[in-house]
Design a protein around this ligand. Structure first.
Ligand code: IMP
Ligand code: MG
Length: 195
């Protein structure tokens, strides 16, 4: 069974980190079912091409794809943003491109979290040039307080405060992606936030 987010790593190196549940896996699943309905309502009869941004969106994309129903295809793209583990510098680089063309397709970009918006801004520019029939964005989480780029998502799971979160695909230095819930990560015993 997947680990819950109320979680303290046992090893010494990570002993001061802790995760407090913010959104439970049951809440996540309920919301994904609602989003899936909304998406199918907007595009009742057409094949949808879901494009996940690796790696954070993997859990969200696979759950969403199964809920939407009808004709769905999936593909993945990977980007890296320069910076440290918890903050990006805003510079984005494509590290793995899509397998297939998106020309003429109804594309839904699936992202784990919309933070500064720099990643999404970059991706939307790249995808726009490839002439999809329609281009939409679904994000599980939205942190509007941190926005720098002028982008918005068409489908938002949860709007959250400016906290660093992990779980359900989201990582801190590649850890915690497998938590079933989304939780707020705290470093150290004095409630220090990652920066
Ligand atoms: P943006 O370009 O600043 O919008 O950042 C988007 C990416 O930064 C996300 O796809 C995540 O990989 C990462 N990110 C932003 N906020 C968080 C967070 O709270 N936890 C984990 N990853 C995050
Ligand atoms: Mg990501």
């Amino acid at each position: 069974m997947a680990q819950r987010a109320n979680y303290k790593p046992r090893t010494k190196r990570k002993a001061t980190e802790s995760v407090r549940t913010l959104i439970s896996s049951a809440q996540i699943q309920r919301r994904i079912a609602e989003l899936a309905k909304e998406i199918r309502r907007d595009f009742p009869n057409e094949p949808l091409h879901l494009v996940g941004v690796l790696k954070g969106s993997v859990f969200f994309l696979t759950d969403l794809a199964r809920e939407i129903g009808g004709e769905i295809s999936i593909d993945f793209i990977a980007v890296s943003s320069y910076g440290n583990d918890t903050h990006s510098s805003g510079e984005v680089k494509l590290t793995r491109d899509l397998d297939s063309s998106i020309e003429g397709k109804t594309v839904i970009v699936v992202e784990d979290i919309l933070d500064t918006g720099m990643t999404l801004q970059y991706l939307l520019r790249v995808f726009d040039q490839r002439k999809p029939r329609r281009l939409r964005v679904a994000v599980l989480l939205d942190k509007p307080e941190r926005r720098l780029a002028k982008v918005r998502a068409d489908y938002v799971g949860f709007t959250i405060p400016n906290e660093f979160v992990v779980g359900y695909g989201l990582d801190y230095a590649e850890r915690y992606r497998n938590l079933a819930d989304v939780g707020v990560l705290t470093l150290g015993t004095h409630g220090k936030k990652p920066d």
